[in-house]
Design a protein around this ligand. Structure first.
Ligand code: BMA
Length: 361
């Protein structure tokens, strides 16, 4: 009855459903609210924000972003790398038990969680950065497939263990096999054909759903790309993707490099916005940043003009992992003052405005 009712109504309503037909009510609501929200503002995100920052780790309630602007980010990124090995901490040393707790806290506060997975190579046990051809061996069956299947079970168990106050599963934006248009991971461009990449995605999503994981929105996220054709070359299919995005880092910090970053990001966002409209998917910059932010006004001079005017779901800054590897400011950092100005911009949404939207209701 319910299904027929939906079928009878045109695209307008149908487009508000996530790709997983069995998505939990909270996941469905998150998806439809994120579509609405994209018209109003861009959520600010930060990887591992609650776990550690520059000079500290695992301190209850602490966040470098909050220390600078008085508010948490709206989106929190986490990574499951090494969960597949049965480790108790991820590849960046975050205990999975703490990650679960942070994810649940974020949900309770009305924020959004997204999870990437720098998983080891299931063919030879080396790291995610081992570029041995692997996907064809997984798809062929045998030991690599059994290994990968077992690893997926650990992901399924983790996703299902994320619980809200009423026992409901916490919705998560899952972003596997990212930056695949580059060639530094075993799922990268030079290690598989577009068809193999798509099949790995299909297998992954099907398997997770078979394990009764229905609290995920799926994100397809490339590295920087030259054209729309290249962006879509390895796109798995509308049936299993909910959000399209890309990762882009600002590496050349010079006057010419700054302008090039802004121009290039805007060029890619125009393509992304077009893809998002055509495929009716959410859009996001899934990773970005200028390492160590040496530029005092980077936030309002470079990042803001890069995204201004685009209807994105979020922009996520990478992790504050080490004194030489961080992407969000901390008190006293040279760009902290400017980050406070960036925070004032109406287009950027942090925790409070986001929470007020009741994304799960
Ligand atoms: C990379 C770096 C690494 C980290 C990996 C996974 O960009 O931050 O230090 O291990 O992401 O989070």
């Amino acid at each position: 009855m319910h299904f027929l009712y939906l079928m009878g109504i045109s695209g307008a309503l149908a487009q508000h459903l996530p790709s997983d037909k069995k998505a939990t009510p909270e996941t469905q609501r998150l998806y439809s609210n994120l579509q609405r929200l994209a018209q109003k503002g861009v959520m600010f995100g930060h990887q591992d924000d609650l776990a550690y920052g520059v000079g500290w780790q695992y301190e209850e309630g602490r966040s470098d972003v909050k220390s600078v602007v008085g508010e948490y980010p709206a989106v929190f990124g986490w990574d499951l790398g090494h969960l597949e090995r049965g480790d108790s901490v991820n590849l960046d040393n975050v205990p999975f038990s703490k990650m679960r707790q942070y994810i649940q806290e974020v949900y309770a506060r009305g924020g959004v969680n997204t999870i990437s997975w720098h998983l080891n190579n299931p063919y030879n046990g080396k790291t995610a950065w081992d570029t041995t051809m692997t996907i064809r061996h997984i798809l062929a069956g045998g030991k690599p497939k059994r290994t990968y299947k077992r690893w997926l079970n650990t992901v399924a168990d983790f996703m299902k263990s994320l619980k809200g106050p009423n026992g409901e599963a916490v919705p998560v934006i899952f972003r596997p096999f990212h930056e695949h248009t580059g060639s530094w991971f075993w799922w990268g461009k030079q290690a598989c054909t577009p068809e193999e990449y798509k099949q790995l995605w299909q297998y992954t999503v099907k398997r997770l759903q078979k394990k009764k994981v229905h609290n995920l929105l799926y994100a397809y996220s490339t590295d920087v790309f030259p054209t729309k054709e290249e962006y879509l070359e390895r796109y798995p299919s509308d049936e299993i993707v909910d959000l399209v995005g890309f990762d882009t880092y600002h590496r050349d910090h010079s006057p010419a490099g700054d302008s090039a970053f802004i121009a290039n990001t805007r060029r890619m966002l125009s393509i992304l916005q077009n893809v998002g409209q055509e495929h009716q998917k959410l859009t996001a910059i899934t990773e970005t940043g200028l390492e160590q932010i040496p530029s005092p006004d980077w936030w309002t001079r470079v990042l803001l003009p890069s995204v201004k005017g685009f209807h994105l779901t979020y922009v996520l800054l990478w992790r504050n992992g080490r004194p030489d590897h961080y992407y969000a400011p901390y008190p006293g950092q040279v760009s902290a003052e400017n980050f406070r100005q960036f925070f004032q911009d109406n287009q950027l949404w942090f925790e409070k405005k986001t929470a007020a939207e009741n994304l799960y209701k």
